[in-house]
Design a protein. Structure first.
Length: 132
């Protein structure tokens, strides 16, 4: 709920229904609105009607959901570690990327200087192979 793990449909081997946030799936949801529930209340109703349902919650959201919508659940797995989707670039990574950009720019400038020193090359037979 309010999150989507793109590997989930593969591992569950079934169609999933998103709840809450649409995110980047907005255009797909517009084409297939059956695969989306707009809020927690709609999810609670759907949860109670399907005995074979599986849900994935953020560890921070489950307690609040169960307090607002007391439905029967069985927790099959949990991971207390936060799922940090967007990790900041640390100084070493930034330095590595910046060094690569500088090396690429230097190589491009040296290549341009080298081709300017050689001059124009022609593909005409008499200039390409003067001995022929």
């Amino acid at each position: 709920m309010d999150t989507f793990d793109h590997t989930l449909p593969f591992y569950l081997d079934r169609t999933v229904t998103m709840v809450g946030k649409q995110g980047r799936a907005g255009p797909a949801i517009a084409r297939e609105p059956r695969g989306f529930l707009p809020d927690a209340a709609a999810f609670a109703r759907a949860w109670q009607s399907d005995r074979d349902a599986f849900a994935m919650f953020s560890a921070n959201d489950l307690a609040g959901f169960l307090k607002a919508h007391p439905v029967p659940v069985r927790i099959v797995a949990s991971d207390p570690r936060p799922r940090d989707r967007e990790k900041a670039v640390n100084a070493a990574s930034w330095a590595f990327i910046f060094t690569g950009v500088l090396l690429n720019a230097s190589a491009q400038l040296l290549l341009k200087a080298g081709t300017n020193a050689v001059g124009i090359s022609s593909s005409a037979r008499r200039t390409s192979f003067p001995w022929a």
